[in-house]
Design a protein around this ligand. Sequence first.
Ligand code: ATP
Length: 231
Amino acid sequence: MSADGVREPAAAAIACAGLTSYYGQAPALRGVDVAVHTDEIVAVLGHNGAGKSTLLRSLARVHRAVDGAVTVSGREVTAEGASSVARLGVSLVREGAPVFGDLTVEENLLLGARLARVRGRQAPDLDEVWTWFAVLGERRSTRAGLLSGGQRQMLAISTALVSRPTVLLVDEPSAGLAPAMAETVFTAIRQLCATGMAVLLAEQNMRWVSDFATRTYHLETGTIAGSVTAA
Ligand code: ATP
């Protein structure tokens, strides 16, 4: 509340201002401003090499060669590392469905539940995960390294969702998934988004962007070329 009693707008769940990200001396992002609020699903669109992955990785502080500011719920985290930002509630699902291949499906998910506790949040029961993806329930005792690419993608996203992030950053959520499975992934993301989560995703498939995103940013060779809000 401001001094004159007017309610101030909530800080964005995650934002960056003037973000320039480098690989060596070469900037992959130049002066990018992005803000995502709780309950929003925002998509970043752009051609290959536009900088979508770099943006997600820079926000999660996995990529740290940056100028400009990154904030999480209004707190500047530009000087902080990935684990500190993860404790604050930011989860990144990188491209290629990273999972712990030597652990079972259930053990991967329990790591997500452990992170939820670190964040002081209640992890959903694993029975809920099996309602999203029955195949993961059937394969709960299987080593994750033996899953198909699509199943690994479901597991990577489920593990992130079980960790109850306040900000979910997902690189290409529909990659490797049949349309019915991608629909299930996006529906699960939307359900959890409505319980208090901000989502920023890089996605090439316009079908999912137009069905699920409330807003889009267009990245062109490292700069924001436009932003569109769904009608
Ligand atoms: P894609 O859809 O192909 O994944 P993208 O939009 O996610 O593309 P980025 O992967 O962020 O784009 O790449 C942005 C730019 O940074 C590209 O020019 C790319 O070649 C460069 N780049 C990305 N990763 C590295 C790296 N590890 N070292 C050097 N340059 C990199």
